[in-house]
Write a protein that binds this ligand. Sequence first.
Ligand SMILES: *Cc1c(COP(=O)(O)O)cnc(C)c1O
Length: 356
Amino acid sequence: MKLFTVGPVACYPEVLEEMGRQMYSHRSKEYLQLHYETVELLQRFLETENQVFLFSSTGSGFMEACVRNCVERSILCCVNGSFGKRFATVAASNGREVVKVEPPLGEPTTPEMLDEALRQHPEVEAVAITHNETSVGLINPLRDLAAVAKEHGKLVFVDAVSSMGGTEIKVDEWGLDVCFSSSQKCFGVPPGLAIGSVSEEALERSEEMRNKGWYFDFKLWERYHREGRGTPMTSVIPQVAGLNRILKLIEEWGGKRWYFDLYLRRNRRIREGVERLGLSLFPKRGYESPTVSCINAPEGVDGPTIYQRMRERGFELAQGYGALKKRTFRIGNMGYMEFRDIDLMLEALKETLESL
Ligand SMILES: *Cc1c(COP(=O)(O)O)cnc(C)c1O
């Protein structure tokens, strides 16, 4: 089966090989060396001097961590689809008040919308932004949104789960207080590891926070990191080793700009291919995601039917998500993927559509 999924995605063979090694203790010299080297590689990748924590959880763990460490009463969530909604749910389920900015599905949050909402709700402590909303294949203007939030003096939390690794993110320059991702998306590593940078300001907020829990306590993680002890609890060592390998491979292959360009080229090949078949993309023009294409199913055809028929031909795409389940299907371009397979997939899609 060839994977065009949106996570977990196909992993690089070199990554899988690295992960197959015998275990060692997370307190051993070997792990600590791997840990600190990986953190340094990530800091360089994200252009940040902030702390980078490697949680033994999926990316959503960082949503909970943002809320519990840094939000006492209320948060503003930009909702462009299912994952923005999840952030709001996480905040609400922790008893925080949630203000939502929710443009029509398929449209980005604009800096003007955010500015207006922050004028109306000066009480919120933080703004949560989904950089790349995987459910609708849309990318938000993160840099501009973060600038607006900073003008209002708010903390900025970024769900970069399906963008980190696949497109540019400059944590320090853009003023992102917490910026997190998961191993199983653009880095092409199996699931189980969450990656996130945390700013000094976020750490200061955490210091004052009461009842923030233990597992995701930023200050606990900071202390272990600072004392040279790595992680407070057992680390997902194989995933960290896999991530370390892909970060070094990216450097060998030509650096992160080369890698982002590779994603763009794959994405363009897919987009041009589906447009040649007479299909259109769901999101507003100019905001199409560089890591996942959300495609409108043709008139009279169900998205899930296309997904199922493509599976029968050996290609695992992704179904539409949430409200768009029936109307769309998605094609990811994350992880390990060859251009030749993109062309074969497009050929199979052409035959599938002709047969329906
Ligand atoms: C996949 C995804 C998530 C969920 O990540 P988990 O690792 O499953 O917790 C959150 N946000 C976005 C944008 C995603 O694509």
